[in-house]
Design a binder for this molecule. Structure first.
Ligand code: 13P
Ligand code: SF4
Length: 339
């Protein structure tokens, strides 16, 4: 017999079926009917508990559809999640995304209980640079402002002048009014921004392990196979991939492009789950899917969200001094806004 701790809601009772019927209609295009009885009891329980406990679930665009469409209060790119974490009225925020997103939420709402369902959900970009690396760069380039992508640790943000996301990188770089900036840690994002501005960009060697795998040859092969396809790429892809794409933008930028332009056929050169989530909202658009998964984003599951609620885990803790310094760099970014 399983102890209470190991039990998860699993009975697809008529009550659960009725209560989740509308939600299923929303996702039936991407979740087969045979899978729904496994998701529905957890979804039902999570939605009940989060209301009782005044919890807001903030979810990144890369989460799977049963999380993104069925238990989330707010969904979006990292910039939107930062604004929402700052403004949320909930007592507890659960971030379904990766660690730096939850840390950003804690920095912006230090008095709230901020949880991430799996504390190991990291990011290859955040792992590519330390606070000490930034201190050394500042010694090497005295007086040059440091712009840091939000995909970094709180300690790195504390050494930073202003943060940015892929949704506002060019705008942030140009808002500083300097001839050059140190732009960290994503080498490809830095190179892509450099093609759009006269500001000199001093970059670092970080890469996103998901986006660096796409190649221009692969995208050209898709274009050859599907003559009328529209290619949307995340700017963490190489400049060669961006050069053969029709549009490059943040996850929200790509999603809005599809909503606003309703292309007949589209390919999103980014994490795999994004296409499922956007396809649900755009039933007339055909999606061609190259599938690169982010192993860190995929650590989050309904079971772990359920555990996060019942065991109040895993709490994000950041030193007060780091919060105060990191907050300045994020607040400056939020004041500058989206491109
Ligand atoms: P967005 O800010 O575009 O949501 O991207 C975050 C991310 O981690 C992409 O890999
Ligand atoms: Fe980090 Fe890349 Fe995963 Fe985004 S997709 S969280 S940048 S490893």
């Amino acid at each position: 017999m399983l102890s209470e701790e190991l039990k998860y809601p699993s009975n697809f009772t008529p009550e659960v079926q009725n209560a989740t019927a509308e939600l299923y209609k929303g996702v039936e295009k991407v979740i087969p009917a045979v899978e729904w009885p496994f998701h529905a009891p957890l979804i039902h329980e999570i939605n009940k508990l989060k209301k009782e406990k005044n919890i807001a679930i903030l979810t990144h665009n890369y989460q799977t559809p049963e999380i993104f469409h069925c238990v989330s209060d707010i969904v979006g790119d990292s910039l939107k999640l930062a604004y929402e974490a700052r403004d949320s009225k909930a007592e507890t925020i659960i971030v379904c995304g990766v660690h730096f997103m939850a840390e950003t939420a804690k920095i912006l709402s230090p008095n709230k209980n901020v949880l991430i369902p799996d504390a190991r959900a990291g990011c290859s970009l955040a792992d590519s640079i330390t606070a000490e690396d930034i201190r050394l760069l500042k010694q090497k380039y005295p007086g040059v402002p440091v712009v840091t992508y939000v995909n970094t640790s709180a300690e790195v943000k504390a050494e930073t002048d202003v943060c940015c996301t892929s949704g506002n990188a060019k705008k942030v770089v140009e808002a500083l009014g300097t001839d050059s900036v140190i732009f960290l840690p994503d080498e490809f994002l830095a190179k892509n921004v450099a093609t759009q501005t006269n500001v000199k960009i001093i970059s670092w060697k970080g890469r996103c392990e998901v986006h660096e795998r796409f190649t221009a040859q692969e995208i050209l092969a898709y274009k050859e196979q599907h003559k009328d396809i529209v290619v949307l790429a995340h700017p963490e892809c190489s400049p060669e991939v961006v050069a053969v794409s029709d549009f490059a933008g943040s996850t929200a930028g790509m999603s809005n492009y599809v909503k606003d332009n309703q292309p007949q056929k589209v390919i999103m050169v980014t994490e795999c789950s994004m296409s499922d989530n956007v396809a649900i909202e755009n039933p007339d658009v055909e999606f061609v899917r190259p599938c690169n998964l982010c192993p860190h984003m995929k650590r989050i599951s309904l079971k772990k969200i359920y555990d996060a609620i019942r065991f109040n885990q895993f709490q994000i803790e950041v030193d007060e001094d780091i919060i105060n310094r990191a907050r300045l760099s994020i607040d400056r970014m939020l004041e500058i806004g989206r491109s």
